[in-house]
Every structure is written in structure tokens, then in C-alpha cells.
Design a protein around this ligand. Structure first.
Ligand SMILES: [Zn+2]
Ligand SMILES: [Zn+2]
Length: 233
């Protein structure tokens, strides 16, 4: 069975003299195209319903082709599973992945415990520092194995409305020498998606402008899934 799924489409044996999609007879060899498993297709069906796998070049039905999340390239099932990770490392076997998952879950538990304890200790040390004298705005707490510095910084925040009184008094130019104005935008997700997928000609240019302004990055987030207790039977 596997041998039929050859990754070299030019080497596969043709099966049948009818197009597997539209059943038109494929008498002349020039009319016939083979998909990656060797099934015969007419040129029209191949063009309409099939796409070449970007890895092995074999024709794959478009609705079965798998899109690589990194490049968007279309792959056949085999090439999708086989292809190396984006950073060039080898794809891991399911067993290797399972071992890493088990290790990560254990590390995650341990990290949670360590982090929790570190936070507790940090708070206690900060409290200890408040009643000790500061030198250069810092308190150093010592142990035989090392020391910890607790330093203090203050951050100022400005109320926009109250600050505008200062702007009125100073004038825009002097004010802008003292303060930078920051404007940020975050999308109203559902409404923006709706707007971008609309086909209204009146807003076509604005949609293009929004798309041009947007840059996206994908962030991978790993979450440990709480395991349901297995029932002992
Ligand atoms: Zn056909
Ligand atoms: Zn392929």
C-alpha cells in the first residue's frame, strides 16, 4: 500500500484509462495527468481540483492538501508530517514528543512550586528592607552565601486632563519639549474583522490602508492541560 504512495509522481504507474474525477476517457497519453498515487486525471480536473505538493511535486486534491502554518505552502499528507521544523531541526517522533510532554509537565509543576516560594521569600525580604537604612536608595541584605539588593525607583504617571491645564499655560510648543504624546491603537477585534471582510467598494481603499498598517506576529503559547483523574476500576 505504501509503495503506491510513491513520492515521485513521474515514477508512478498509471491506474485506469478514465479520469477518476469526471470519468472522461483518457485515450491519448497527452491528455492524462497522474496524481501522486498514480490515479489518472484529465487536464481540466487536475487544474480545477488538484495542486502540486510543494515538497514532492505530486498532485494532491486541493481539499486534502495540508497548508504549512509557517510558509502557507501546500503539502501532501506524507510531506506535511515529514518536513523538518521551520528552524531546520528534525521532526520528532510521537514517542519523543510524549517524553518531552511528560518532562515539561513535571518541570511545569516544579517551576510553579519554585516560583510561588520565590515570590513569598521576595515579599518577606522587601518587608525586612523597609525597616533598614537605605544607602544610595538601596538596602543590601546579606547572607554567607551571597547578598540581595533591594533598590527603589519611583515612576510618575500623569493624568491627561490635569496635564492639559499645564499645556494651556505653557503653550503647545513649550509643553511638547517637556512631554511626549503617545497614541496607541488596538483593534476592536470582531468589528475590524467584519470591516476587513466586507466587500463594500466605498471602503475598499480604507481596508487596503488598514491592511498596509497592520503587521502580525504569531506567538506560540504552551499551556499544561489539567489532567482528569483516572478512575481506578
Ligand atoms: Zn476529469
Ligand atoms: Zn508531498
Amino acid at each position: 500500500m505504501q509503495t503506491e504512495n510513491s513520492l515521485h509522481p513521474e515514477g508512478v504507474e498509471p491506474r485506469g484509462a478514465l479520469c477518476v474525477e469526471c470519468l472522461v476517457s483518457l485515450a491519448a497519453p497527452g491528455e492524462r495527468v497522474l496524481d501522486r498515487t498514480g490515479a489518472a486525471l484529465c487536464r481540466a480536473c487536475a487544474a480545477d481540483f488538484y495542486a502540486p505538493c510543494e515538497a514532492c511535486g505530486g498532485l494532491v486534491p486541493r481539499d486534502e492538501a495540508l497548508e504549512r502554518p509557517d510558509s502557507g505552502a501546500l503539502n501532501c499528507f506524507e510531506c506535511f508530517g515529514k518536513a523538518a521544523a521551520p528552524d531546520g531541526s528534525e521532526a520528532l517522533t510521537d514517542e519523543e514528543v510524549a517524553a518531552l510532554v511528560a518532562e515539561y509537565v513535571a518541570l511545569h509543576e516544579e517551576l510553579k512550586r519554585l516560583e510561588g516560594r520565590a515570590v513569598e521569600v521576595k515579599e518577606q525580604l522587601k518587608r525586612a528592607a523597609t525597616v533598614r537604612p537605605r544607602v544610595s536608595n538601596a538596602v543590601v541584605l546579606r547572607a554567607d552565601s551571597g547578598s540581595v539588593r533591594c533598590s527603589y525607583t519611583s515612576k510618575a504617571a500623569y493624568d491627561a486632563e490635569k496635564l492639559s491645564a499645564a499645556e494651556a499655560l505653557l503653550g503647545a510648543e513649550s509643553f511638547s519639549a517637556l512631554f511626549e504624546r503617545k497614541v496607541t491603537f488596538s483593534a476592536v477585534r470582531n468589528r475590524l474583522e467584519e470591516f476587513l471582510s466586507s466587500e463594500d467598494d466605498a471602503t475598499a481603499a480604507a481596508r487596503d490602508a488598514v491592511r498596509a498598517a497592520e503587521s502580525r506576529t504569531e506567538v506560540a503559547t504552551l499551556t499544561v492541560v489539567a489532567q482528569r483523574k483516572k478512575k481506578s476500576s
